[in-house]
Design a protein around this ligand. Structure first.
Ligand SMILES: Cc1cc2nc3c(=O)[nH]c(=O)nc-3n(C[C@H](O)[C@H](O)[C@H](O)COP(=O)(O)O)c2cc1C
Length: 226
């Protein structure tokens, strides 16, 4: 199994959300190495509350069909409420900057609602990735700390993919159809779905993977106290 020796700084900056994959499957032992890396993520009081389902092959195709059906027939079933319209500034502006870069890369105009809807739907085809990891969490309390732990897990997972020449994309959109996912994979209802990560070999020549999303200066996120 090959790894890519590079500095941590370079690795973090090379990671990007991938939205077009080749359909070539990733060898099982490589997936297991990524899972083993992600398992090293920190968690509140070492609770390791992540429950991860890796879906590949025929099951992946069946799941995508079920998700598209739920989406096309307006049957969302999120475990966790999400409405981007409720975000105040400055978060809206940052979202717009990303959306603009994304749609410009694809040549989709601002008023092209159909083009945007079709692009959104690609989430449920896992952007052609051969694998998807679905991140579930046990249901108790307000779930905030457990959700934080799942975020830690996701970033380690994504960096491990990147270090191995793979790529991935975290997807809230998959969690908007939590009941559909649970039904398709026969997952017990006590586990709630936070998000998914489609992953595989990135098609780096596709324009959707050809732009990078900026970050605000650290002064907008960090306050130093001395
Ligand atoms: C928890 C989480 C959920 C996300 N959900 C989606 C999603 O459903 N669809 C999508 O295209 N991108 C999704 N993204 C990707 C973000 O748009 C992306 O991380 C952000 O624009 C920064 O770009 P970068 O990851 O390429 O650095 C998600 C990211 C995170 C962390």
């Amino acid at each position: 199994m090959s790894t890519y020796p590079e500095s941590f700084e370079a690795l973090v900056r090379r990671r990007q959300s991938i939205r077009q994959f080749f359909d070539t499957p990733v060898p099982k032992e490589v997936i297991e190495s990524v899972l083993s890396d992600a398992q090293r993520s920190p968690s509140n009081c070492n609770t390791q509350p992540w429950q991860v389902h890796i879906v590949s092959g025929e099951k992946r195709d069946e799941l995508s069909t079920a998700l598209l059906d739920a989406h096309d027939n307006s049957r969302p079933s999120p475990d966790f409420y999400f409405d981007m319209a409720e975000y105040p500034e400055p978060y809206v502006e940052r979202n717009h900057a990303h959306a603009k870069a994304r749609y410009d890369a694809l040549g989709i105009a601002r008023d092209d609602r159909e083009g945007r809807a079709a692009n959104l739907r690609r989430n449920l085809e896992f952007f052609d990735a051969p694998h998807v990891a679905l991140l579930f969490m046990p249901q108790f309390g307000d779930g905030v700390r457990v959700a934080g732990d799942l975020g830690m897990y996701g970033q380690t997972f994504l960096l491990s993919l990147t270090a191995r020449g793979l790529g991935g994309i975290p997807q809230t959109m998959l969690g908007l159809y939590a009941d559909t996912v649970r039904d398709a994979l026969k997952i017990e209802s006590q586990f709630r779905m936070l998000y998914g990560i489609s992953f595989g070999y990135p098609d780096r020549r596709h324009p959707i993977n050809g732009y990078r999303v900026g970050r605000v200066p650290i002064g907008e996120s960090v306050v130093f106290h001395e």
